[in-house]
Design a binder for this molecule. Structure first.
Ligand code: NAD
Length: 239
């Protein structure tokens, strides 16, 4: 059994995680942390000692605060929050020297597997192939391009042996409309043909299931920074 705390418990993802957790064996939600119900309040109810893993889907600033809490109390972490700056990402990397952290901009199985296909195609096509990455999300989403789109761009750039910022053949386009949960399309455009890869998430439960799977996995790991390819054991497959 792994005892988890959910931060951002009132948010869209926090609620989805709590809902899905009820159907997963070996997971027990022992604390739901929100702006009003902080770790300090929970400490009074004594639940705090039983927390093993914190699942965080909030905003970059509170997320860093929760990371400090986990380092201080030696708890493992699953971070799904997006929109971190480069220096905030370095802070997470530094924290992972002390605690195990799964950090992934997209916890769905579909996007994790798609990233491997993107890497293979990017490695195979000429390095100057034009790549357009389109993300579509609900109108409440704060960051654009999405963390997933940036991660996909990073995969293409790395496969071509470049830094994301210096690869001018990778372009991002963001649509913010209605209540779209998450769509990512990657276009590899050659002179007379085009490859189109698309992943659509129909329910936040796809992210929630991934986050809970990550929580089960990370609670047994030594300190380090991990991603969903580690959780799903995909690092060893040859793509
Ligand atoms: P949301 O706005 O519905 O929820 C955000 C939560 O953060 C709320 O509960 C809010 O109260 C809390 N929060 C905001 N500021 C806070 C503060 N200062 N202190 C404490 N709590 C604070 O957003 P959401 O749709 O649930 O998404 C949350 C994050 O997760 C976003 O960064 C989003 O991009 C990311 N996300 C990641 C994945 C993934 O698979 N990794 C999937 C979906 C969303």
């Amino acid at each position: 059994m792994v005892n988890i705390a959910i931060t951002g418990a009132n948010g869209r993802m926090g609620q989805a995680i709590a809902r899905v957790a009820t159907s997963i064996a070996h997971i027990s939600v022992v604390a739901q942390v929100s702006r009003d119900n902080t770790f300090e309040n929970i400490a009074i109810s004594n639940n705090i000692d039983s927390i093993e893993t914190v699942i965080d889907f909030t905003m970059p600033e509170p997320s860093l605060k929760y990371i400090d809490y986990c380092v201080q109390h030696k708890r493992s972490m699953v971070i799904g929050t997006t929109g971190f700056t480069q220096s905030q990402k370095e802070y997470i990397l530094h924290a992972s020297q002390n605690i195990p952290i799964v950090f992934a901009a997209n916890m769905s199985t579909g996007v994790t597997v798609l990233s491997k296909a993107i890497r293979l195609i990017a490695r195979t096509l000429p390095n100057n192939t034009e790549v357009n990455i389109i993300d579509a999300h609900h109108r409440h989403k704060k960051d654009a391009p999405s963390g997933t789109a940036l991660q996909m761009g990073q995969v293409v750039a790395e496969a071509r042996g470049q830094e994301l910022g210096e690869d001018k053949a990778i372009c991002f386009h963001s649509i913010r409309a209605g209540e779209i949960i998450g769509e990512h399309t990657v276009l590899f455009t050659l002179p007379d043909e085009q490859i189109e890869l698309k992943e659509t998430v129909y329910s936040r439960e796809a992210f929630a299931r991934g986050a809970l799977q990550a929580a089960l996995w990370v609670s047994k790991q030594p300190p380090g920074l991990y991603d969903m390819e580690d959780v799903l054991s995909l690092k060893t497959t040859h793509l």
